[in-house]
Design a protein around this ligand. Structure first.
Ligand SMILES: Cc1ncc(C[n+]2csc(CCOP(=O)(O)OP(=O)(O)O)c2C)c(N)n1
Length: 322
């Protein structure tokens, strides 16, 4: 991509990644203070996949995310104040504080829900894509899942059906190299996950997930292909989870050197150096974007902290459809 010709887009991607990183650093901080309950799964280090993928979609497209979906929904345009309040279990949260970190949804924004069951979102996204095809509404479904999820039966059944039914869906495998404490090479003989898509006759590509611009270009092309009615595509975005798996992770299964090596390849730093090299913006310009992102997240924290807890009397509201 010519960075100079796409200045607005590139700076927008950079700011989205900053928002994701700062959002999660705050979640981690308030979690450590015991002010956020339950558990959280952070995607620090994986922001290039979220920003690149979601920015390549149309507003009406729909995404299904995983237990590690904060960054994806931020990049799809969720109200950040309401999302922060949701994680703090407040009444003003996007799901009135009943969903928490692992169950964020906003149907109006095409955020169809997160899922704590590994691979659980894949068959759901298939049904969504089937409905969109039936109603001919031109919406593309994007289903995010991890490398570990591709070992689930639901993944294989869904790939097969999506392929034979030519469904308008982009499968996005965020391969962050580990499933909990297990390196992918310990659970797969063939670690090129795109080959799993090819086995079902689905065009499949892999891309450096830490290069946000490459992710954007790849998903943009994938969207054109899928929207033209040719059927599904699998995009494997290879990246690394710098943060621990969840709240409790002693990192005993990997070395500090390995983590540090990937920190050097941080998607935010990578794009920053490209922007500066191409002279599209100066360090000072980027500092302003950084300050803007910090302010947005600080405001979200303040909104969440000041918001009331849900009323006990409302406990059953929203559980069942009318
Ligand atoms: C069906 C199911 N099995 C096991 C778990 C426990 N579990 C939670 S996250 C996780 C690892 C998933 O790895 P991956 O799909 O690669 O996603 P990542 O956590 O790396 O983003 C496991 C095994 C679960 N939630 N659901």
């Amino acid at each position: 991509m010519d960075i100079k010709e796409n200045k607005e887009l590139v700076l927008g991607l950079y700011k989205k990644m900053l928002l994701c990183r700062k959002f999660e650093e705050n979640v981690q901080y308030y979690f450590s203070l015991g002010m956020i309950h339950g558990t959280t799964h952070l995607s620090i280090g994986e922001e290039g996949t979220a920003a690149g993928t979601c920015s390549a979609l149309e507003e009406t497209d729909q995404i299904f995310v995983t237990h590690r979906g904060h960054s994806d929904v931020i990049c799809k345009g969720i109200d950040i104040n309401k999302m922060m309040a949701e994680i703090f279990a407040k009444e003003t949260g996007i799901c009135h504080g009943k969903g928490g970190s692992m169950h964020i949804a906003d149907l109006e924004k095409g955020i169809m829900g997160a899922n704590g069951i590994v691979g659980g979102g894949i068959p759901l996204s298939l049904g969504n894509a089937f409905a969109n095809k039936h109603f001919k509404n031109n919406k593309v479904t994007v289903c995010f899942f991890g490398d570990g999820a591709t070992n689930e039966g639901a993944f294989h059944e869904s790939m097969n059906l999506a392929s034979v039914w030519n469904l308008p869906i982009i499968f996005v495998c965020v391969n962050n190299t580990y499933g909990m404490s297990t390196h992918i090479s310990k659970v797969m003989k063939i670690t090129d996950i795109e080959k799993r898509g090819e086995a079902y006759g689905i065009p499949s590509v892999s891309v450096d997930g830490n290069d946000c611009l490459k992710v954007y270009e790849t998903v943009k092309k994938a969207r054109e292909y899928v929207a033209s009615g040719k059927g599904p595509i699998l995009v494997v975005e290879n990246t690394y989870r710098i943060s621990g798996h969840s709240k409790s992770d002693g990192n005993l299964y990997r070395t500090k050197d390995e983590i540090n090596e990937w920190k050097e390849r941080c998607p935010i730093r990578f794009l920053k150096s490209k922007i500066i090299e191409s002279k599209v913006a100066t360090k000072e310009d980027l500092k302003l974007l950084d300050d803007e992102a910090s302010q947005i997240i600080d405001d979200a924290v303040e909104f969440a902290l000041k918001s009331p807890l849900p009323n006990v009397a409302d406990i059953y509201n929203g559980l069942y459809s009318e």
